[in-house]
Design a protein around this ligand. Structure first.
Ligand code: HGY
Ligand code: MN
Ligand code: MN
Length: 418
């Protein structure tokens, strides 16, 4: 059995048009106008398929084929939100793969023995609130309402306010928390976002573990003053402090942690952000990851130590806030085995690897068996307009996922029993 690539790419080309930065990558934040347009497009396709569509209180879309079977589902999907000026393929490929797989199983009149549930998680990128996988974390019961009232976007709007403005009843969130046993397996198709598969010319990646991460928000306050009249030794300059801390984080991750440890400062804000003013305040986010928890631990503790040292040296007031965290997750050997068996049956070469990117699937570990299929990213580029995956690789990944789902959710036909 195989997907209809033309149909999937038609969906793909429609949805990538929903971006607030046309010509400069995809920018489709959750709860935005672009998100709403993408949702409307997806709802129309789901309706054509007669799926039972539900949007939960944080905005996760859950559309089920075979709901009447009233059994644990096989969940497939990903997310359709993006980073700012992001790529076309991150997340969306997995959502559209799920949609197309349901279409094919329906067309082929495959006899379901378990429902198949298409999921598109909200706010996976954390583009609004700086916390990755917020939708799947809420789905998995990792956040309570009180916490969502406190988490704010840069404009000071809380998760609850933003979600309510989008027309969702976040106060009722308890009823949507996923319970163990509701889902029999969750399998996500996703671009690798790295260059291992391409460099080893493997069309299929079978993920073994997903990196754990911590996101810290560091705030440094100093004494704002005139850039021209303040002698260097009389300054309490938060930007000078931030520069030392940021270069120290890079050195620690590169030289003093583990070979698999990575750390990034990708967002920084300077107040008042004027060339001839020594800043009053600098805020920046530190994204630390590793498949080995030890690596995250090393950089986190060195960060705290350096912030303390620099604050004393420059008479600065600093705070470090842990704004997001997820532990390393090992994927299900049952599902890994299924993916491997199917890739071999279909004649696709594959590689077992770890994921440096985090994924919604990881948030469901503990609630169900989880698996991930990776497909190559050209040049390993992602989270940027240059992100690209070939249609051939998209089809290979979808065909493997289609046949894994068929084996998990459908009755064997007489022919398959032979
Ligand atoms: O940051 C990540 O790893 C994911 O792309 N949100
Ligand atoms: Mn993603
Ligand atoms: Mn991403």
């Amino acid at each position: 059995m195989e997907i209809n690539l033309g149909r999937l790419m038609k969906d793909f080309n429609n949805i990538i048009g929903f971006t607030s930065t046309p010509g400069n990558g995809c920018t489709r934040f959750s709860y935005s106008e672009e998100d709403q347009k993408a949702r409307e497009y997806l709802f129309a396709r789901m309706e054509e398929l007669g799926l039972d569509v539900k949007v939960d209180t944080i905005g996760n879309i859950r559309a089920t084929y075979g709901k009447e079977l009233n059994k644990p589902s096989i969940m497939i999907g990903s997310h359709h939100d993006t980073v700012k000026n992001g790529g076309k393929y991150d997340g969306l490929t997995g959502v559209l793969a799920a949609l197309e797989i349901i279409r094919v199983l329906k067309e082929e009149k495959a006899e379901l023995q378990q429902p198949i549930e298409l999921v598109s998680f909200a706010e996976e990128e954390g583009s609004n609130f700086g916390i990755t996988m917020l939708g799947s974390k809420v789905c998995a019961g990792k956040y309570g309402l009180e916490e969502l009232k406190k988490i704010q976007n840069p404009e000071g709007k809380s998760v609850c306010e933003a979600v309510k403005d989008f027309g969702l009843e976040i106060d009722q969130m308890e009823k949507d928390i996923l319970q163990k046993g509701e889902v029999d397996a969750m399998i996500e198709l996703h671009i690798e976002q790295g260059q291992i598969l391409e460099s080893q010319q493997k069309p299929i990646g079978i993920v073994q573990a997903i990196a754990g991460m911590r996101t810290y928000k560091v705030t440094i306050e100093g004494d704002s003053n005139h850039a021209g009249t303040t002698p260097m030794d009389l300054r309490s300059d938060p930007m000078a402090g931030a520069a030392e801390i940021i270069s120290h984080i890079r050195k620690t991750a590169k030289c003093d942690a583990l070979p698999t440890t990575v750390a990034t400062v990708g967002k920084i804000e300077c107040i008042p952000n004027i060339p001839n003013v020594i800043p009053h305040k600098v805020e920046f986010y530190v994204d630390i990851r590793d498949v080995e928890a030890k690596g995250v631990e090393i950089v986190s503790s060195k960060l705290a130590q350096k912030v303390k040292e620099v604050s004393e040296e420059y008479s600065l007031k600093s705070t470090i806030e842990l704004v997001g965290k997820s532990d390393t997750v090992k994927l299900s050997s049952r599902i890994i085995g299924q993916i491997e068996e199917t890739a071999i049956e279909q004649g696709f070469d594959y590689l077992k690897l770890n994921s440096g990117a985090v994924h919604d699937t990881a948030m469901l570990s503990g609630l169900t068996d989880i698996g991930m299929i990776f497909i190559p990213s050209k040049g390993g580029k992602s989270h940027c307009p240059e992100e690209y995956t070939s249609e051939k690789d998209i089809k290979a990944g979808c065909d493997v996922l289609l046949n894994v789902v068929r084996k998990l959710a459908c009755k064997k036909t007489e022919k398959q029993k032979i």
